[in-house]
Design a protein around this ligand. Sequence first.
Ligand SMILES: [Zn+2]
Length: 280
Amino acid sequence: MLQDLDIGRLENEFHNIPPRPEDILLCFSKDQVLLHRDGDDFLTLPTLKQMQIWQGTGSAQYLFRMQDQNYFLWTDVAPSVPQDGFTYEAARQLRQLKSKDICFAVMTGWHLYNWYRTNRLCGCCGTPTEHDSKERMLRCPNCNNMIFPRISPAVIVAVTNGDHILLSKYAGRTYTRFALIAGYTEIGETLEQTVHREVMEEVGLKVKNLRYYKSQPWGVDGNILMGFYCDVDGNDAIHIDENELSMADWYPRNALPAHDDGISLTREMIRVFEEGNEPR
Ligand SMILES: [Zn+2]
């Protein structure tokens, strides 16, 4: 999956350090990220040295470390499209790429970028916040309000019916591939209750025998996704919520519609079912 990197892992411990010339910068502009593309799958992100040549000076916030490289967030005004073949591309589209290491760094950086930019002022008193020196936390110097990164829990649900799995497609979205049932956990709700509620809301089915599978950080939407398999309980007639889904149906394990391997938890859960290896 996306977070399973070729070497090591994303080291997300906070360090209060300034950037060096060779460190990588994530520079976002609205929903786009600055990068250099060499073919479909090979991406390069700018370094501080390059950014300083293009922009003169500017400020950067430490984010994380991955594969012996530090990643910083460019916190100044985003440069207009610079020289050297760098362009802005939609951060959300990068998940289609095979260079998943860069993709994971961009998606995680995007999650942090959104957190930093939406918490520049204290939500209690409106005073500009300051970064804590020891951990990733913003503090209000006036009322001492402490703001930690926000992660939204959500479930991905593969509903099975013997040797069939429920596949669906979202309504009104540009994403047109087959999906599993998905939804956010509400305040005051357990993950298991989220599974029962989302399946009932979206396809009108009761489910039982929930089996937790794996989780996946999904920074582009600020999520931690948790995957479950479960069995339909009783009546298997599907009634879709047309606001959420354009279609949903049962598909047999040995004749699933074409689906790519992909790097998402959804793709992996469909593939694991196809191979007959889902938790029972
Ligand atoms: Zn405050």
